[in-house]
Write a new protein. Structure first.
Length: 287
């Protein structure tokens, strides 16, 4: 006759069996859950790698969560300023006349600058050109050669802004615009630079002479600068006419060879003006 196990031993065996069953079930459930979670993560990663928009949204949400955690649960929002657009130097090129729009788009592609700011500069150059009797394409070419349309450019000798005006030399011209810091306002810099160039052209009696004075060249220096500006002037004029832009060859030095004649003939320099033509000091050279 087989002996029956005592009650404590039977209870212990039952408890061990129950524990083993619970442990095995927990392991199976956990193992299957981890496998499922791994599959979900793999699918999510594949989806994010194929969908750039979803990946960007996820990164932005994660960044926002991290910033919120870092700031103690409060997100700092900057104050909106609806009037900011009024301070922007920008115009949609499609709102410009056809010739100006063509120039703005062409300059945008060539110099890798947004077309909207260039649209505003092109429109301003055409407006100023009429007033001071200089070709708008010449003003745009000077900006292109001087700064590549970077309104914050500064040379080693202190020429600043789009037109690389020597701010410390022409401080008086910025007085009406609020001071020297206006040199970094694109439109103001264009207006001051155009005024300086116009004065030099009339003093020298020619576009070339004015450009030499503008760059601060002495004697016969500045030929390369003049060639670059005249070549870019011709390319801009050609684009405005809807024609393919010429190659980067040197433009003709004769103003009569340009496609568009100046808005008004330049005055012939008198003997008195010739004697009064300033010779820039080497210390004022722009480059």
């Amino acid at each position: 006759m087989t002996a029956q196990p005592s009650w404590p031993r039977a209870a212990l065996n039952s408890l061990r069996t129950f524990t083993d069953d619970v442990t095995r079930g927990f392991f199976d459930i956990t193992h299957n859950s981890l496998a499922l979670l791994g599959m979900v993560l793999a699918v999510a990663l594949m989806t994010l790698s194929l969908r750039v928009d979803l990946r960007t949204a996820a990164e932005e949400k994660l960044l926002g969560w991290l910033l919120e955690r870092q700031s103690g649960g409060t997100v700092i929002a900057l104050t909106a300023d609806p009037s900011a657009v009024e301070r922007a130097t920008a115009v949609h090129p499609q709102d410009l006349p056809a010739d100006q729009a063509k120039v703005a788009h062409w300059l945008s592609r060539k110099y890798r600058v947004a077309p909207e700011p260039l649209g505003a500069l092109v429109a301003e150059a055409f407006e100023i050109g009429k007033k001071i009797k200089l070709e708008p394409s010449l003003l745009l070419a000077v900006m292109a050669v001087e700064s590549s349309f970077n309104p914050f450019a500064q040379s080693a000798v202190g020429a600043q802004g789009l037109m690389q005006v020597m701010t410390r030399v022409h401080t008086d011209k910025y007085a009406g615009f609020g001071g020297k810091l206006a040199a970094f306002d694109p439109v103001t810099n264009l207006r001051v630079g155009a005024q300086v160039l116009s004065e030099y052209v009339r003093l020298s009696g020619s576009i070339e002479g004015g450009l030499r004075l503008y760059v601060g060249a002495v004697s016969s220096d500045g030929g390369d600068y003049v060639d670059k500006v005249m070549a870019e002037t011709q390319r801009i004029q050609t684009v405005a006419l809807g024609r393919p832009a010429p190659s980067n060859r040197t433009a003709p030095r004769d103003q009569d060879s340009l496609d568009i004649a100046p808005a008004a003939p330049l005055p012939t320099r008198t003997d008195a003006e010739a004697a009064a033509t300033p010779t820039p000091s080497p210390s004022l050279r722009k480059s």
